[in-house]
Design a protein around this ligand. Structure first.
Ligand code: PLP
Ligand code: COI
Length: 341
């Protein structure tokens, strides 16, 4: 597709083909050279461990075209470190941080014409993934792996954009097990979330807010995003062994402190929702998506955070601060962005 034909300001969060992807294979005990491909397909052995036993992990990060025309990649070392933890969590070969970053820089540069122009609110989503490619019939880790990085330009994850969205919760669905794979980013977690996610959509909600799978008492996370609530000038986000440590949440926590707010990372009992002034989902795809209402499907209780259909003041301030840094409108005081030429 010609970039002049893309309606940048109205992109959704979906796949659009771009020019190239990059690949790197681990074989005979070492990582090979980075290869550039223009194919959207991967040749796989029919017994590959990723196909049978779910040896797959992925990441998600973004590149932004700034106010000054420069391209910024947000916190890619943090994604590289999480990619290592995910690989280790399912016995795959971890990719060194520097090689991961080199692949990210390369795939962004190769697809530069797909980085949305400044002012459109869109960005280039980068999706690294790792798969086990050795043939396995017994349940055993592969000894050969492939890392692929593809990119696609994206708009907002929730169709509401920065308008408050409605979410639901239910004790009937767990995304992950208490000591399972919830804190790493492996494909199986997302397969396991599809039934609950589709149920939420069918009922008219954006997403399922999960309750902790162990005690069924505390808030966990919000589909493919973390949760935070605000009250008494305090940013409160769940502490749980079954949620993915979000890089966006980590960044917003720092920005909340910069804005003079207190920060608490702790268990949040479901009933405490009644006391929150604002609530939001946060993640690379979701950025910071205000939640207007949370409905408890098990008892009919409704928690309302936005009576006027607008995001609350603290969520708005945090969102603006984060976007400001990503689009080069604000000084990157924490050194989160890598500027590439
Ligand atoms: N939680 C889950 C389950 C996710 O898939 C994601 C997306 O990566 C997040 C939270 C947000 O994490 P991050 O801010 O690092 O993108
Ligand atoms: C992200 O925020 O990068 C995610 O991974 C969400 C995604 C699963 C769509």
């Amino acid at each position: 597709m010609k970039e002049t034909e893309i309606d940048w300001a109205n992109l959704s969060f979906s796949y659009m083909p771009t020019d190239y992807n990059v690949r790197c294979t681990y074989k005979d005990g070492k990582w090979g050279e980075i290869e550039v491909s223009d194919s959207e397909y991967v040749p796989l052995h029919i017994a590959a461990s990723c196909l049978h036993y779910g040896q797959e992990s992925f990441e998600g990060l973004k590149a932004f075209r700034g106010k000054d025309g420069k391209v910024r990649i947000f916190r890619m070392e943090e994604n590289a470190k999480r990619f290592i933890r995910s690989a280790e969590g399912i016995k795959m070969q971890p990719m060194p941080v520097e090689l991961f970053c080199e692949m990210v820089r390369k795939v962004v540069k190769l697809n530069e014409r797909f980085i949305p122009p400044y002012g459109t609110g869109a960005s280039l989503y980068i999706r690294p993934l790792e798969i086990g490619i050795s043939a396995r019939v017994g349940v055993k880790p592969a000894d050969e792996y492939m890392v692929i990085m593809l990119v696609t330009p994206v708009g907002p994850y929730f169709k509401e954009g920065f308008k408050p969205t409605k979410v639901c919760m239910s004790r009937e669905y767990d995304r992950v097990a208490p000591k399972g794979t919830g804190s790493i980013k492996v494909g199986g977690n997302y397969a396991a979330s599809l039934v609950a996610g589709e149920k939420a959509h069918d009922l008219g909600y954006s997403v399922m807010l999960y309750i902790d799978p162990k005690e069924k008492k505390y808030l966990d996370e919000c589909g493919a995003a973390n949760f935070f609530g605000i009250k008494d000038n305090t940013y409160i986000t769940p502490f749980s062994e079954s949620i993915l440590p979000s890089i966006t949440n980590m960044s917003l926590t720092q920005l909340a402190e910069d804005l003079g707010m207190k920060v608490e990372r702790r268990q949040i009992p479901v009933e405490e929702l009644e006391t929150f002034e604002e609530a939001s989902a946060c993640g690379t795809a979701a950025v910071c998506s205000p939640i207007g209402e949370i409905d408890d499907l098990d008892n009919g209780k409704k928690y309302i955070f936005s009576a006027n259909g607008e995001a609350g003041p603290m969520t708005t301030a945090l969102y603006n601060k984060l976007r400001g840094i990503q689009y080069g409108e604000e000084e990157d005081v924490h050194g989160w962005c890598e500027v590439i030429d």
